[in-house]
Design a protein around this ligand. Structure first.
Ligand SMILES: *Cc1c(COP(=O)(O)O)cnc(C)c1O
Length: 215
C-alpha cells in the first residue's frame, strides 16, 4: 500500500462523518490519480488556472469529482471559476458577490457558495470580519440573490485553534448554514470535534508541498 492510499484511509477513519476535501494544490496529476484510485472524489485547489490545467483532463474520466475553490478569487477569474468549480468557499467581499451573481445568472451554473470568515480578525488575512458577517450575508442573499450554504475559515497560526473553531460553529448555527469548512493537516481532528462538516487536508495526504503556494 502506498502512502497516499494509506494516508487517506487513516484520515477518513479519524474524521468520522465529516467530508474530506483533499487539497491538491501544487501536486502533480499522478498524485491526484492515486487519490482518485483510492476513491477520493472531493478536491480543493487554490488557483483557478492550476485547477483547470489538472482537472479539465481528469473530469471526463471521473465525472463525479467535486472541486472546491479554497483560495482567494479575483473578480477577473470569476467566469472561469464558476465554469470549473462545484463549490466556491472563499466569497469574502461585496464586489465578488456582485461578480458571482452576474456570472451565475449568465452561465446557468450553480456552484455551492460559502463565505470565508477572518475569524481571528487578522489584518493580512482574507475573509469577512465576524462582526460584518450578518450584513454581508444579507447583502449576498437579498441584494444579489445568492444562495449561501456555508462558512469557511483559516484560524490564526500557532495558536490553539479551538476557540476559533467554536466561534465558527456558533456563527454557522446562528445563521443556519449547513456547511462548515475548517481544519487542515495540523488540526483537522480538533476541527471535527468542534463541529466542522468538512476538513481541507493537503500535506497529511500528499506529503510536503515542494513548490510555492498562495495559502
Ligand atoms: C493549503 C491549504 C489547505 C491545506 O493545508 P495543509 O496544511 O497542507 O493540510 C487547506 N486550506 C487552505 C485554504 C489552503 O490554502
Amino acid at each position: 500500500m502506498n502512502d497516499i492510499v494509506l494516508n487517506l484511509a487513516v484520515i477518513r477513519q479519524r474524521i468520522g462523518a465529516a467530508d474530506l476535501i483533499a487539497v491538491s494544490k501544487t501536486q502533480p496529476l499522478e498524485a491526484i490519480i492515486e487519490a482518485l484510485a483510492a476513491g477520493q472524489r472531493k478536491f480543493g485547489e487554490n488557483r483557478v488556472q492550476e485547477a483547470e490545467r489538472k482537472f479539465l483532463l481528469l473530469r471526463p474520466r471521473f465525472p463525479d469529482i467535486e472541486l472546491h475553490l479554497i483560495g482567494p478569487l479575483q473578480t477577473n477569474k470569476v467566469r472561469d471559476a464558476v465554469a470549473l468549480f462545484d463549490v466556491i468557499q472563499t466569497l469574502d467581499r461585496p464586489k465578488l458577490a456582485d461578480a458571482l451573481a452576474t456570472e451565475i445568472r449568465a452561465s446557468k451554473r450553480d456552484p455551492r457558495l460559502s463565505i470565508q470568515v477572518n475569524i481571528g480578525n487578522e489584518p493580512q488575512k482574507a475573509g469577512i470580519a465576524p462582526e460584518a458577517l450578518p450584513a454581508f450575508l444579507a447583502y449576498c442573499r437579498a441584494e444579489r440573490g445568492l444562495t449561501i450554504s456555508g462558512l469557511m475559515c483559516i484560524p490564526p497560526q500557532s495558536l490553539d485553534p479551538r476557540p476559533y473553531f467554536n466561534k465558527m460553529r456558533a456563527l454557522a448555527d446562528t445563521h443556519k448554514l449547513p456547511h462548515l469548512s475548517m481544519g487542515m493537516s495540523a488540526d483537522f481532528e480538533m476541527a471535527v470535534e468542534c463541529g466542522a462538516t468538512e476538513v481541507r487536508v493537503g500535506s497529511a495526504i500528499f506529503g510536503q508541498r515542494l513548490t510555492q503556494e498562495n495559502a
